[in-house]
Structures are given as structure tokens and as C-alpha cells.
Design a protein around this ligand. Structure first.
Ligand SMILES: [Zn+2]
Length: 279
């Protein structure tokens, strides 16, 4: 029976029927074989051990907003592959492949929506799209979404799943950190609230810019919150890291986030927080 690593990267799928839609999924955490539909119904949390699986951006949107309320914004046109970059494959081909595999234009999806009746501007990252990295396209989508939130006076909600900057765009990707923080400042001037939701993983330049400057920062249970990975930090500093380093609980105990919320309660907690912030 063929076994392969899934694009979600955290579990192995066993192909029982059609290769595109395996019926059964194995949890890498506890080894349980789970019926795919059951996993979907449980919002991609293992029903046996509670391990969290990745959500795609569209699955995340569906899990948070009122049915049928999401209207996607058209992605802005930006210069693609400004450096003419190639690693194992040309960056242009990598983009094309990511678009085909994820059915997304970029690593972030933006739109207007309602969360339990409260209108919001929602942006959600997708880790499957080149590691949820932020290049010029992602920076532009986020900045325009925040501008719109400020104009329409709707709270801005940003769900992060990112490894950081898009290395294939070099320094231009780092400049996005400045751009999104400037756009965030305009939100603040317009007194429009900004809520960040950190999921697995929330790291690198995305956490170190927009992810770190929200009015309210919620971490999903199972989130990874940090700048560089633990191995890199240990090698650089020569120090051993404390247990539970970069977990959501660790981030809460050290004041980096305001709350840790299980996936099943995220929509409810968000709507409660938003109702206070917009009052
Ligand atoms: Zn499990």
C-alpha cells in the first residue's frame, strides 16, 4: 500500500481509493488511522490524541466566518520574481506550482466577512504556499486589506501560518515588514482594532512585524510562536533552551500572547473579543 508524506507535512496518508482524496489519514502523533471525514468534522484535530493538523487558508476561513459571508478580494498585481531567482527550480516555476497545488494566488487570502454577525476584514495565511512566506505579493495584499479595514472601519483579523520572509525575493521580502507595520499604524490612527491569531507556525519576519503588533494576540492551541527555530538558537547562543520553548503556553507565560484558545473555540472567542473592541 503506497504511503506518502502529505503536503500538510504533519501526517502520512495511505491511499485507499483515488490518489487525490485518500479516505484514511494517519496521525503522526499517536499513530491512529482516522477516517478523513471524521477528521474534517473535528476541524482537523485528532479525535484520539488531540494533535492539531494544518488547516488550509480556505478551511480556516470556513471554520471562522458565518456561512457564505466571505467575499475574497482580488489580489493586486505586483512584479513577480523581481530578482530572476532560481534555486533547485526557478522561483517562477515554484510560484506556478504553489498556485496549482493550493488553488490560491498567494500565501495569504484576504476578504471581507462576518464573524457571528460582526463585519471584519479577514486575512489568512496558508503554510502550503511556499511555507506561508511573505514576499512583495503577500505584503501588498496585507497592506491593502488594512487600508480597506481603516476606510470601512471594520476590525482587521490576521491568521498567521508562516515560516517568515520569502527568501527568493531577497531584501524586497524584508521590506514588506516595514510596509505592513506602516499600514498597521494607519489602522491605529483610525482607531480600528487589529486582532492577530497565531497558529502553527508563527515565526520569522511575519511574527517579527505584523504578527507582533496587534491590539489583541490570540494563539491557537498547538501554535509555534518564535522568531528562529530552537535548533538555530541553540547553535547560535550555545545555550540549552527551556522545556516547552516556543509553544503557545510558553508564549502566554512570557507575555507574548494574550490568550491560548483551542481550535474549536476560536470563532466564539474571536467574536466575543471583537464585540468588546468594536463597542
Ligand atoms: Zn492522534
Amino acid at each position: 500500500m503506497p504511503i506518502r508524506r502529505d503536503k500538510r507535512d504533519r501526517y502520512v496518508e495511505i491511499e485507499v481509493s483515488a490518489p487525490q482524496e485518500p479516505l484514511w489519514v494517519r496521525c503522526e502523533s499517536c499513530g491512529e488511522l482516522i477516517f478523513r471525514r471524521k477528521l474534517q468534522e473535528n476541524q482537523y484535530v485528532c479525535p484520539r490524541c488531540g494533535a492539531y493538523f494544518f488547516l488550509s487558508a480556505r478551511e480556516r476561513v470556513a471554520s471562522l466566518v458565518d456561512d457564505g459571508s466571505f467575499t475574497e478580494f482580488l489580489p493586486p498585481r505586483v512584479a513577480e520574481d523581481p530578482l530572476g531567482f532560481a534555486d533547485q527550480i526557478p522561483y517562477k516555476d515554484r510560484l506556478t506550482r504553489a498556485r496549482k497545488e493550493t488553488e490560491l494566488f498567494e500565501a495569504v487570502l484576504a476578504g471581507s466577512a462576518q464573524i457571528q454577525g460582526i463585519p471584519v476584514i479577514l486575512t489568512v495565511m496558508d503554510f502550503r504556499f511556499i511555507g506561508g512566506s511573505m514576499g512583495v505579493g503577500v505584503g501588498e495584499i496585507l497592506a491593502l486589506a488594512m487600508e480597506r479595514a481603516a476606510q470601512e472601519r471594520k476590525p482587521f483579523v490576521f491568521v498567521i501560518s508562516s515560516g517568515g520572509a520569502r527568501v527568493q525575493e531577497g531584501v524586497l521580502s524584508l521590506l514588506q515588514m516595514v510596509k505592513v507595520v506602516v499600514a498597521r499604524e494607519r489602522l491605529a490612527q483610525a482607531a480600528v482594532p487589529y486582532v492577530a491569531v497565531l497558529t502553527y507556525p508563527s515565526t520569522g519576519g511575519v511574527l517579527a512585524s505584523l504578527g507582533g503588533v496587534a491590539d489583541l494576540t490570540i494563539a491557537e492551541e498547538g501554535a509555534l510562536v518564535g522568531f528562529a527555530g530552537p535548533r538555530v538558537i541553540e547553535q547560535t547562543t550555545g545555550e540549552r533552551l527551556p522545556p516547552g520553548f516556543q509553544t503557545a503556553k510558553f508564549a502566554l507565560e512570557h507575555g507574548m500572547v494574550d490568550a491560548v484558545v483551542p481550535r474549536a473555540k476560536l470563532r466564539e472567542e474571536l467574536s466575543q473579543a471583537l464585540s468588546v473592541l468594536v463597542a
